[in-house]
Design a protein around this ligand. Structure first.
Ligand code: SF4
Length: 467
């Protein structure tokens, strides 16, 4: 099946506007196959009644669920409405989804919520139509997070964003740009970034990790990279995990890796995405698979833990090519392998070009990665989903035992404050006792970030000090 991932309109009406967004998420799961649907909702005491009309057929679903207060009422109303529409669309189209009627990006959070309420999460996931394989995946992630997952208040991680890259990949929606075009802002960006990072010192109780992400941090000239590492050094000294998303293999040099080592970096990302030279060229990455091997060898020479990113569903790639990439990544035996499913958002060149994505083989690709990585001794330790994801699949981080990345667990499970510095960085403050999360964003565009740095810092200090 080919799925238009660029423009998608769904013909859905509901008499309950507060359910509209969730119902649309369910329509989106069915993509081009989603027929016109009409939904009505009624509640009577603890009875939730959803009716879905598609064509000449009417599907009625009644659930009994006691609740307390409006928040809980709306939570159950959304849950049952999604389930009703999903069941109706499934009956109508004959298609089921790997995550059933679950549309949220963090299935593990729902699983944790069930477990914390004293219930096994599996019956709820089964009710939502989640596949057995995905239930096993969530269970394995929860197991792998034991010893890392904690809802203690006052924990934080530091993120530093470097929005510069050697070229722009065609599927990328991040604000990053080719450094040849934006290099003129680099000095100003670093001046602002240094101030922002310094202002965050001490605005947390326990720092769990430091993560310098991108973009492609290693595309920075050596002295610029040193400035970022100097700014992060007082934070890195407080925690055991320090990651640099070094990034694309074409920017690795001995000088820069040596510098990372001197500053105490423990983990770096070598991101091949694919080992196919033809695909690498097609997606606009200016490197070859030979560069990947070279970068990997360099990383290991300096003793870093390594994460390798792969993407299932890259333009024109067959399942066989993807499987070969999984085999090659596993053969390199990095500590972590992250398997992403292609997700095209606004801003990706591929999306603007109205490209079509072949999703027929995505499930096969993901199934293979699970089988292969399990057999190679990896366990899944975090996972999340995104809207517009090919084949309604997920992204999964795999780890060798004892090598799970704390930063990824903290961010994906939203259990720790994220002190995010840089253009387009989104910080989070977690209030575990209230189950509340607050966010703070920075301007996307680099010149605006530089210009507004004083007010960004003031807002950030207030935000992080909030009790
Ligand atoms: S995918 Fe990564 S390397 Fe490519 S442009 Fe986006 S941030 Fe840069």
């Amino acid at each position: 099946m080919r799925e238009n991932v660029t423009k998608q309109e769904y013909d859905l009406t509901t008499d309950a506007p507060f359910l509209q967004a969730e119902l649309m998420d369910v329509m989106r799961l069915f993509g081009a196959d989603a027929p016109k649907a009409e939904h009505t909702f009624a509640a009577d005491g603890d009875r939730f009644l959803n009716t879905v009309r598609i064509g000449g057929k009417e599907y009625t679903f009644c659930e009994r669920q006691p609740y307390e207060g409006e928040i809980e009422f709306k939570r159950y109303a959304r849950r049952f409405a999604k389930l009703a529409l999903y069941e109706a669309l499934k009956a109508e189209t004959g298609r089921s989804m790997p995550w059933g009627a679950l549309t949220g990006i963090r299935p593990t959070k729902l699983a944790y919520a069930e477990e914390e309420a004293g219930r096994d999460f599996e019956p709820l996931f089964e009710k939502f139509g989640v596949s057995k394989g995905n239930i096993r995946l969530v269970r394995a992630v929860l197991d792998a997070q034991k010893g890392i997952y904690s809802r203690e208040a006052g924990m934080a991680d530091l993120y530093i964003g470097i929005p510069f890259c050697p070229s722009k990949c065609n599927y990328c929606s991040f604000i990053t740009a080719d450094i040849k075009r934006t290099g003129q802002y680099l000095d100003g960006y670093l001046d602002a970034l240094e101030k922002e990072i310094a202002a965050c010192k001490g605005l947390y109780r326990t720092l769990r990790s430091v993560y310098i992400g991108g973009g492609t941090p290693l595309v920075l000239p050596s002295e610029a990279l040193r400035r970022v590492l100097n700014a992060a050094a007082p934070f890195a000294a407080e925690c055991a995990e320090y990651t640099v998303e070094a990034g694309r293999p074409d920017v690795f040099t001995d000088e820069k890796l040596q510098m990372l080592k001197e500053y105490g970096v423990t983990r770096i990302c070598v991101n091949p995405q694919t080992f196919s030279d033809a695909t690498l060229e097609r997606i606009g990455r200016n490197h070859t698979s030979a560069d990947i091997y070279r970068a990997f060898e360099m990383a290991k020479k300096y003793g870093f833990d390594v994460n390798c990113d792969l993407i299932a569903g890259l333009t024109g790639e067959t399942a066989e090519e993807f499987k070969e990439s999984v085999d090659k990544a596993a053969a390199l035996s990095p500590e972590n392998i992250t398997v992403h499913t292609l997700c095209l958002k606004k801003g990706a060149r591929l999306k603007e070009e109205e490209s079509y994505l072949c999703v027929a083989d995505i499930s096969e690709m993901i199934a293979y990665s699970r089988e292969k990585l399990h057999a190679a001794g990896y366990v899944p330790y975090y996972m999340y989903r995104q809207k517009y994801m090919a084949g309604n699949c997920e992204n999964t981080g795999w780890t060798k035992p004892g090598k799970a990345c704390i930063y990824n667990v903290d961010v994906m499970e939203e259990i720790s404050d994220n002190i995010a510095c840089g253009a387009n960085a989104v910080g989070k403050k977690i209030f575990p006792a209230e189950g509340r999360i607050e966010r703070i964003g920075a301007p996307k565009d680099i010149p605006t970030y530089i210009q507004k740095i004083s007010s960004i810092i003031e807002s950030k200090k207030l935000f992080l000090s909030e009790k």
